[in-house]
Design a protein around this ligand. Structure first.
Ligand SMILES: [Zn+2]
Length: 168
């Protein structure tokens, strides 16, 4: 749905997870084993993964100044279940927030959010403002005011709607 480059660093995982479902058609890549593979989850993890996905989408919408698309578990509540610690590299003294438990999807997402915080990229992971899209994208615009996953697709659709609304 988007011709943009993937989000930088660990945010690519978060972006990919949010974009596993096409809200318009309801097609969900997590329904297939192939679609679940990149996230290292099985069928029994589906409910949790979907809950996490929609909480992340709500955070992406919030980054663009939009209210949540539906009632979701606050992302902070979910991430609180995946504690992080400060890992320090003894050789060069560099430090980073690392999940206590490396494996689970929730931990990897928590680690990715922490990394994005230190890199200043978290706020730029947004969700498209069109309700039947809400696709996640990384806003690379200089001012950070991007509104659509794709100017050519959703930007054009939004303009068409405004045009029609005016004509009516
Ligand atoms: Zn869109």
């Amino acid at each position: 749905m988007s011709d943009r480059l993937p989000a930088p660093g660990g945010l690519a995982l978060v972006e990919a997870l949010v974009n596993t479902v096409d809200l318009e058609s309801g097609r969900d890549a997590l329904d297939t084993a192939e679609g679940r593979t990149p996230f290292g989850i099985g069928e029994r993890d589906l409910a949790q993964a979907r809950e996490l996905r929609e909480s992340l989408r709500a955070a992406c919408l919030a980054h663009a100044g939009h209210p949540p698309h539906r009632a979701v578990t606050p992302l902070g509540d979910l991430l609180a279940r995946a504690p992080l610690y400060v890992a320090v590299d003894a050789r060069d003294g560099s430090a980073r927030l690392t999940p206590v438990e490396e494996g689970p999807l929730l931990s990897r997402v928590a680690g990715a959010v922490a990394q994005a915080l230190t890199e200043g990229t978290w706020q730029r992971l947004k969700a498209c403002e069109l309700p039947d899209c809400h696709w996640a994208y990384y806003d690379r615009s200089p001012a950070g005011r991007g509104r659509w996953c794709s100017m050519a697709v959703c930007g054009a659709r939004a303009k068409m709607r405004r045009y029609r609304a005016k004509g009516a």
